[in-house]
Design a protein around this ligand. Sequence first.
Ligand SMILES: [Zn+2]
Ligand SMILES: [Zn+2]
Length: 186
Amino acid sequence: MSYRPFLGLVPLAPVDHLILPDLRQAIADFLFLPVKILPTRPLPPQTHHPGRNQYYSTQLLDYLLNDEHGEDPFRILGITAADLYIPIFTFVFGEAQLDGKAAIISTFRPGAGAGEVKPSRSLLLSRLIKLSLHELGHTFGLPHCRQDGCLMGFAANLEKLDQKKTGLCKYCLILLDDYFQSLQDL
Ligand SMILES: [Zn+2]
Ligand SMILES: [Zn+2]
């Protein structure tokens, strides 16, 4: 049986499962890659910071990579309702390994967990799609981009996130094409 690369979406409980099928579809359509929703895994308690009441996203990336399920996704995207942090920031929407395998996003802030106006379902979904594609873009080697509205732009807050388009600028598209081309040449 030949191996067909797929992207694994890994829910880290607790997470809103209702949003997953639409998110899965949007990622698959954008990247032209099959995306599978893999079994839900618990959030490891050792990645929780009691003082911040947040989870350390870099440690969660390691956790996502250590999975004995036997499936071998080309990329792994974790999704959790927990608020995430890395030590130098008060929070992060997500994190990814640059040109690596694992990425993670949180639905906490996009879903107004920090006290903003509750988004409609379509706005929430649009935010999660942008965050997913942004973090996955990093795993495909794309750095942050300063082109207006580009998906790879750094968004420090929800307002900035909502201003981004769900698309890459022409430069990032070329970089992404080159990246996939280089994989085929291997
Ligand atoms: Zn980024
Ligand atoms: Zn760009």
